[in-house]
Design a protein around this ligand. Sequence first.
Ligand code: OSB
Ligand code: MG
Length: 377
Amino acid sequence: MHIESVELRELRIPLVSPFTTSFSTQLERNTLVLKVSGTTDGPNGPVETVGWGECGSLSDPYYNSEYTAGARAMLREYLVPTLRKSQSDQPLTAETVGSALHHIVGHQMSKSAIEMAILDAELRARGQSFARYLGATRTRVPSGVSVGIQDSIPQLLETVGNYLSQGYVRIKLKIKPGWDIAPVAAVRKEFGYDVPLQVDANAAYTLVDAQLLRRLDEFALLLIEQPLAEDDLVQHAKLAQSLSTPICLDESVESAKDAADAITLGAASVINIKPSRVGGYLEAKRIHDLASAHGISVWCGGMLETGIGRAANAALAALDGFTLPGDISASDRFYKEDITEPFVIEDGHISVPQGPGFGVTPREDVMERFTVGTEIL
Ligand code: OSB
Ligand code: MG
């Protein structure tokens, strides 16, 4: 497409309840929504089109190095200007965004946001759904839920019970030192061993904790997600040798190359593919393909996406290699009011949108109420 303008909005959307991980407590989602406008080539000349993207960043650089104010500056100062320059030399498509931005180091989530918007615009212009573009055939995906660290065990049991009664087919418990064995044991005791259960440490442990983490083995977890630091691939490989619980990487994988390294080292037997963290949906698809070829299971992670990112995640997760339920919950898991039509859980599943592009309609009137800043790039 040829970009004419990019409207960048910064939003602050309240969460229905605080979301606590080993690295912070989120009370709201502070994100960026991009609306790209421009033209694509149609059979009878240029066609006007619009597309939407969302940034995965959080307010503060505690999950990864990105943060929303930084992403906003990145898009304004580097990413959008670089794409504008690039499109004056050669045609820009969603598939060339990655190479056009490759010389800018890092900033995967910011890059993902603009690639998303361009992809949505191009797909809308040709009337193709994102699921069809990817070659995904499933029309619904199993819905898992990520449960934050709670104030007490009784409160945790109530929260988990509530999600199970809504039909969530997999529970992920956030853990940290001091909130690990006891909550897992309590959930197993209360709800039994038939509930698909996994944990996510968000890099809160070190190899010194191997003995402690081995105690999780008796709870038959699907996996333990990112127990060690982002750059501890070798140590994850060592840890994998002393645990029977499969190790899944999240923060450590920022590209298909990282995924290949992790697989080669034996640092992961499962990968959480979070499209924003890896620089976009096209890189996410490459990681899916690579993992499938190596017999590594993958599932789709999330960053508390609004309906825009949630729609795209659902389509990605509909690919055959996504063999485990993702963190693709209903909109009301996080939001009283979503900025698109809400995603709902039905029979434990979320429907994959089938309309052009990501297949959802952003509601600008609703967005307006959560907007804390807008700029036209
Ligand atoms: O580690 O997967 C994570 C949310 C924010 C940052 C990191 C993570 C998460 C989640 C929630 O676990 C996933 C979701 O439901 O969007
Ligand atoms: Mg995680």
